[in-house]
Design a binder for this molecule. Structure first.
Ligand SMILES: C[S@@+](CC[C@H](N)C(=O)[O-])C[C@H]1O[C@@H](n2cnc3c(N)ncnc32)[C@H](O)[C@@H]1O
Length: 264
């Protein structure tokens, strides 16, 4: 296995909190991705790095035939509850357990940059897509347009464990440079057919739900394991304080990027 064993443990630890408090902030992005992937009735879709399965659920409401893959068993248990009829697989983006050309469309929302070997993962997404089918991948926008990253990463960085020898640390800001997403699609042999950006404000009802949601993300679980929950919580308390609105809710403005590639 590539990075899936580590990532699966991290992302599965507090899966319910991810599904309750965080996943829905990406709803605007999920809609744009499904449109870019041309998901409609009968589309055979794979959502790779599916998390708790909200995009897969939306695709099934469009009438798609959905498969979902993730490294985290805790998240996949939620996907199975939400989508009893879907093919739900535990696996690794870097070696997908599907035959060549199995899908009309493949999506990977904010999962590709967690793969230790992003190029290998991208080749796998392309391999399982049929000729003429689409792969849509996403990334955080530029840091200066993502309040969440600029508020949290400077404090979080020093609390993270050192990356494995020879590997760059997984960073949510990877692939946010102009042209980076299109370049990974092209390198995997896909023809870029669309690119766009979507505003996805992160809104939490309170600082408490912000913490519960954010603590469930794999990157924060890694920091908690390395530096302790109190230290990580303090980073979020500072960031949330600066982004708390008069009604007590917490809001960060962010932009996410997507790019669509077609398999020749
Ligand atoms: C930021 S979450 C995004 C989840 C979902 N796509 C969403 O937008 O809500 C990243 C997801 O990628 C998964 N992931 C990370 N590395 C992976 C790998 N190597 N193979 C499979 N899944 C992986 C994690 O378990 C997690 O569910």
């Amino acid at each position: 296995m590539g990075s899936a064993a580590i990532q699966g443990r991290l992302w599965g630890a507090r899966a319910r909190d991810w599904a309750c408090y965080v996943e829905q902030v990406s709803l605007p992005l999920f809609g744009a991705v499904l449109d870019a992937a041309r998901v409609t009735s009968g589309t055979r879709l794979l959502d790779a790095g599916c998390g708790a399965g909200l995009l897969a659920l939306l695709a099934s409401l469009r009438g798609a035939q959905v498969a979902a893959l993730d490294a985290a068993p805790g998240l996949l248990a939620i996907v199975r509850q939400r989508l009893p009829g879907a093919e739900v697989r535990e696996g690794d983006l870097e070696s997908l357990p599907f035959a060549d050309a199995s899908f009309d469309a493949v999506t990977a929302v904010n999962s590709l940059f967690y793969a230790a070997d992003m190029a290998a993962a991208m080749r796998e997404l392309a391999r399982v897509t049929r000729p003429g089918g689409r792969v849509v991948v996403t990334a955080w926008g530029p840091p200066e347009r993502c309040e969440f990253l600029t508020a949290v990463m400077p404090g979080l960085g020093p609390l993270m464990p050192p990356p494995p020898p020879g590997a760059p640390p997984p960073h949510p800001g990877a692939l946010s440079e102009p042209g980076a997403l299109a370049a990974v699609l092209t390198a995997a042999g896909l023809r870029v057919v669309g690119e766009g950006e979507v505003a996805c404000p992160f809104v939490f009802a309170s600082a408490e739900t912000s913490w519960r949601g954010n603590a469930s993300a794999g990157i924060n679980q890694a920091a908690i394991a390395h530096s302790g929950e109190d230290a990580v919580r303090a980073v979020y308390a500072d960031a949330d304080r600066a982004h708390t609105r008069p009604d007590g809710s917490v809001r960060y403005e962010n932009v996410f990027l997507w790019a669509a590639g077609e398999r020749p």
